[in-house]
Design a protein around this ligand. Sequence first.
Ligand SMILES: NC(=O)c1ccc[n+]([C@@H]2O[C@H](COP(=O)([O-])OP(=O)(O)OC[C@H]3O[C@@H](n4cnc5c(N)ncnc54)[C@H](OP(=O)(O)O)[C@@H]3O)[C@@H](O)[C@H]2O)c1
Length: 257
Amino acid sequence: MAEKSYPWKLAWITGASGAICGELARRLAQAGVTVAATARPSEKLDGLAATSERIKAFPADVLNADELKSCAARIESELGPIDLALMGAGMYVPFDIRNIDLDGFHKTMALNVDGVINGVAAVLPSMLARRGGQIAIMGSLFGYSGWPGNGAYGASKAAVINLAESLKLELEGTGVDLTIINPGFVDTPLNAAYDPKKKLFVMSKERCARKILEKLGKKPYEIAFPTQVAGFLKSMRSLPRSVSFPAIRAFIRKMGA
Ligand SMILES: NC(=O)c1ccc[n+]([C@@H]2O[C@H](COP(=O)([O-])OP(=O)(O)OC[C@H]3O[C@@H](n4cnc5c(N)ncnc54)[C@H](OP(=O)(O)O)[C@@H]3O)[C@@H](O)[C@H]2O)c1
């Protein structure tokens, strides 16, 4: 198979021991990109690094801002400038109005929001200094609209979508690009607790990684898929709530979800 060519020499990926980001790391390494793979120390992370000499493990906890800053500095001193920093560490917990899992809510917000900004803060100064680089943030289509059962996850992804908009506006003219990646359901351990009947238009991690890499090198502001779900959820955002809430309920009924 011919190697694809991407505009990056070195990519830093957080959440690299996970399903989607591990798949991205493997695909990038196959295409000749060096990947600095970050997650907490584990056999999974070491196992990923063992699949390619182009994948190097840089274990760190994204919740620890200082540790992440040192991690990014170590990557740049050992491997060179980070061209692509993909903030992928994330989690999902179910949200039940009758039994609100406060601990799960706080952990989800911390990992999905603080974990992202900690990574951005670790890598952005060096990108700004050299006027180059691309930051990519893993959001979710469920950041666009409230959805039953998604109170924690959806709130965290709405926060990073808004953060990405602010960053994009402010990065104008700095030479640093910003991309928000908003997939729909992907079949991974992250949403194992989700009722399978409610996983609409679910895709494999391979398809998800392929869809991301088809576009990421062109440095768009947003990559969102599958198209049907993206179109529906984005339109809900812009409609009056008196229209969007009944539309969401009708959609859920129609899908039998
Ligand atoms: N699956 C979906 O349906 C879906 C859809 C849209 C968007 N996304 C987003 O895509 C990203 C990846 O999702 P996935 O399904 O591939 O998840 P996953 O397989 O559960 O992977 C989650 C990753 O986050 C890492 N992580 C968790 N806590 C961490 C911490 N404190 N410090 C460093 N790393 C930590 C995990 O590594 P360790 O636990 O080993 O540290 C793992 O590598 C997430 O941001 C998710 O929200 C997923």
